[in-house]
Design a protein. Structure first.
Length: 510
């Protein structure tokens, strides 16, 4: 298992540099502010997000310096810990063979590989969700207070890593109802203590930032805004019960959070758990059903919200495969069976092993291919350093036509990697032009540049003739409208078409 973890870590960390994404900037910036000791700035800007990831990334920043790749080490770390933890969980419940298979299947899931290449919270959610239920199941089996306390701590810290871990509390309550019916009162009295201990871990942070950021907290906890509802409805109004069966395997033509053959193995394993109904089988079934039903009922949906299902699917797939192969092995070793029958089972075992190896290998490849689509270079550091080197302290820099790969936070991240630079950075329009219809007005931009004392503006090429969201406006048209004002001049550019960044200057005096 140690060898697999090392090899998987090398594959994860060595598979290439990916372009920065809008969604990860709050955590890259958050870790940067904490690493630089700017706690007040952190609380003001990002305090409504859970802080654990930012704290871990700030530690990496202090050790290795501030860069996007260093900021993503926290995500990779949580995935590697999750792979190891799933091995331990499956090993204790079903033995070492199932443990190793489960760890391999979890690591092979393309969705987890993809999110762990970015500064996103999903791998932390998987780790703390699994850790909470690992200790909780240990408490159910042994009734040791130490396991209960560890589960409470994991739940509390996990809430500060990703708020959606609160669903684990429902899983635990349902598990008590099903598995501990002979001692419900005693178990629930201790479960209440678990909840109180977890709350005690969370409350200090809420006192620091939460109560003054109620609306922001609600937004973060409910996993997005109303725009997610349109995403949810794209499979049709009658697809609600099976939405996540599709979403986890094939939300888009070239996107597979879980490779379909492994997903089928996981579902077959869950069905086998329902048939066999051992204590551990029931626990994993509760885990799967509660998470699936809860997020199916939540209006906003996306596969990243149900990543707590990935470990249980990996374990169920590993258990089903090990059980099936063991049955086939017993059948072909049965001396009372005919030679033809024994050969049949040997051939069946060979095909099962080949199917699993090929599917797992392709799943690893699929995760790499998904990530490879983000192996592009947007030269934000170079453009930022050039502009910053010529700015005086009271001058600002503008980011024009922000999009998923280029916004003001990204420029600010590279600008403030040098702690002596604190120039203001702002963007126009405020919303991303690849997700919202832009309202670009060159006259308004001139007024804003005057107000903000802007000297340089950074314009991402965006393919030049590629239209922005829901409009015919392009980068070339944006520059034409700016050029007609007579207040902007081209200075230089960085990168290679179609992803170059143009550096423009603004003349304050008309």
């Amino acid at each position: 298992m140690l060898l697999f973890t090392v090899l998987y870590g090398a594959f994860l960390l060595g598979s290439g540099f990916v372009v920065i994404q809008w969604d990860e900037m709050s955590h890259l910036r958050g870790g940067q502010l904490l690493a630089q000791g700017r706690f007040a700035d952190y609380v003001q800007a990002y305090g409504y997000y859970p802080p654990i990831y930012d704290l871990v990334s700030s530690g990496y920043f202090r050790l290795f310096g501030i860069s996007a790749e260093v900021g993503r080490l926290a995500s990779a770390t949580f995935l590697l810990l999750s792979v190891w933890l799933v091995f331990e969980f499956a090993n204790r419940t079903h033995g070492p063979k199932v443990g190793l298979l489960s760890a391999i299947f979890l690591g092979a899931m393309p969705g987890l590989f993809w999110v762990s290449k970015f500064a996103m919270l999903e791998s932390a959610l998987v780790f703390f969700f699994t850790l909470t239920l690992f200790f909780f199941f240990s408490w159910i089996n042994a009734d040791k207070n130490k396991a209960l306390v560890l589960s409470a701590l994991a739940l509390g810290v996990g809430f500060l890593a990703k708020y959606q871990i609160a669903v684990a509390g429902i899983v635990m309550a349902a598990a008590i109802l099903w598995l501990c019916r002979d001692r419900l009162r005693a178990r629930f009295s201790k479960f209440t203590l678990l909840a109180l201990m977890a709350i005690l871990v969370v409350v200090p942070w809420l006192f620091v930032v939460g109560f003054g950021k109620g609306n922001d907290l609600i937004y973060a906890i409910t996993a997005g805004g109303e725009d997610r509802i349109a995403y949810t409805q794209r499979f049709g109004p009658f697809a609600l019960p099976v939405f996540y069966l599709i979403e986890m395997t094939w939300p888009y033509n070239n996107t597979h959070p879980i490779f379909l053959p492994l997903f089928v193995l996981g579902l077959l394993g869950a069905a086998f758990f329902a048939y066999r109904r051992r204590r551990e089988d029931k626990f994993f079934l509760v885990w799967f059903l509660i998470v699936y039903v809860f997020f199916t009922l939540v209006p906003n949906k996306q596969w990243r919200y149900v990543v707590p299902l990935f470990p249980v699917l990996a374990i169920s797939a590993g258990n089903f495969l090990a059980f099936s192969f063991r049955k086939l092995q017993n059948a072909w070793n049965c001396m009372s069976a005919s030679l033809t029958r024994r050969r049949f089972f040997k051939i069946a075992g060979f095909f099962l092993a080949a199917f699993t190896i090929i599917s797992t290998a392709y799943s690893f490849y699929d995760g790499y291919q998904w990530t490879a689509r983000y192996f592009i270079d947007v030269p934000i550091p170079e453009a930022t350093d050039f502009a910053a080197s010529q700015l005086s302290p009271n001058q600002s820099m503008a980011v024009l036509c922000p999009n998923n790969s280029f916004d003001d936070d990204m420029v600010r991240f590279f600008l403030e990697a040098n702690e002596s630079r604190r120039n203001q950075v702002w963007q126009y329009p405020t919303l991303a032009v690849d997700a919202f219809k832009p309202d670009f007005n060159a006259t308004q931009l001139v007024s804003l540049c005057k107000e903000q004392n802007a000297k340089f503006l950074l314009l991402y090429e965006y393919g030049q003739t590629t239209p922005f969201f829901n409009t015919t406006l392009t980068t070339a048209q944006v520059w034409d409208s700016m050029n007609r004002t007579g207040r902007f001049e081209y200075v230089t550019y960085f990168g290679v078409s179609p992803r170059a960044i143009y550096v423009l200057s603004f003349t304050q005096d008309s």
